[in-house]
Design a protein around this ligand. Structure first.
Ligand code: GDP
Ligand code: MG
Length: 153
């Protein structure tokens, strides 16, 4: 089936707090398909590029420092409506506004330590996947036997 892709990342605080497996599990259990994953300790310049739309915000220098302070887990997930559904699984940007049952609503408190990232649109997902995975932006192509139990068609 034609499948949408999104870029999901466990941020440095998520890695430090041992929440990588939990975040992956939430996407797996929903039925989404993991098509790429790597651990990266990103440079300041790489994070500046990732968050270039936010340059100028008062929290931007702190955001760049936080995001380049330790390794992150960069992932590409595939599935029907995965960009929007991924954002729903993560919860609101500010964990204080995230519903219980979402990742941020269950595991985070401060907006500046909100443990995970997810692309906000199909176009930004494409851009972010190219930035983090380069040539492998489209992920690994493989069939999953369970897809007939996840999707009707
Ligand atoms: P996201 O797409 O839900 O991650 O939210 P944004 O794209 O608006 O912001 C990117 C990231 O910047 C967020 O996930 C937060 O880590 C951080 N951020 C956003 N707003 C604030 C803020 O008001 N204060 C601080 N300290 N960080 C923020
Ligand atoms: Mg964003």
């Amino acid at each position: 089936m034609a499948s949408e892709l999104t870029f999901i990342m466990v941020k440095p605080d998520g890695v430090q707090r041992g929440l990588t497996g939990e975040i992956i599990s939430r996407f797996e259990r929903r039925g989404f398909k993991l098509v790429n994953l790597k651990m990266v300790h990103a440079s300041k310049e790489h994070i500046e590029k990732h968050y270039e739309d936010l340059a100028g915000k008062p929290f931007y220098p702190g955001l760049v420092k936080y995001m380049s302070s330790g390794p992150v887990v960069a992932m590409c997930w595939a599935g029907k409506d995965v960009v929007k559904q991924g954002r729903i699984l993560l919860g609101a940007t500010n964990p204080l506004a995230s519903s219980p049952g979402t990742i941020r609503g269950d595991y985070a408190i401060d907006v500046g330590r909100n443990i995970c990232h997810g692309s906000d649109a199909v176009e930004s997902a494409k851009k972010e996947l190219e930035l983090w995975f380069g040539q492998e932006a489209a992920g690994i192509q493989y069939e999953r036997a369970i897809d007939q139990w996840v999707y009707e068609n």
